[in-house]
Write a protein that binds this ligand. Sequence first.
Ligand code: 3SL
Length: 243
Amino acid sequence: MKLSYFHVAEDVPRGLQPESAVVIDVLRASTTISCALHHGAEAVQTFADLDELKRVSALWPEDSRLLLGERGGKRLEGFDLGNSPVLVKPELVAGKRLFMSTTNGTKSLHRVREAKNLYVLSLPNRRAIADRLMSDNPKEIVVLGSGWEGSYSLEDSLAAGSLAALLLSEVPESLVIGNDELHASLALWEKWKDDIEMCLRTASHGQRLIGLGNHDKDFSCCSELDLLSVVPMQTEKGVLCAG
Ligand code: 3SL
């Protein structure tokens, strides 16, 4: 099993359509998706394009849909929710389809949506994703971060390193570290693994969120490790369900 990490969608070599992919957006899209599915959302359907989101969501019954939209860290006007993992509570999302678009996370999902197996990784469901990868045992896996508007993000690399570290401890003989980016992520994980929340707060997007207001609950939720057993997986293009 060869694991390679790419910081942002633009870094994935043109023409590469991985068979297995794992998308990360620790702050906060992949954490929100994991929490929403854990709390019983029927599915999370993601869109890079807002007009497309509005068109498709309008076809869905009003009482069983929620619109989740974020740009620049803020909720979009006219949307039911922004992108916060602590707001996708069971009483709100259970049984509903969430139509979601965010600044970066949904773009990364879009980049690898042709993958046969596409999973969403956050820190709270790291163990569940690692278990699934070990049971699938694919030859190659592309792990893709979301960054911020094409630039590197510390927290996504941290999560990539956390996944690689767990796999290395469980299946050292079959894991191949596929690129330098993943080696660097492993080093990052070693540095911050005992203070994950501090890493998230130190990251430039953490600082951006702090600048927008109190996000203490988001930081604490996004920093949890191995708490959720949910495996968000793409069941049709753009649609993520609990696996
Ligand atoms: O960029 C994204 O996709 C979001 O996760 C950013 S935010 O954390 O909602 O600000």
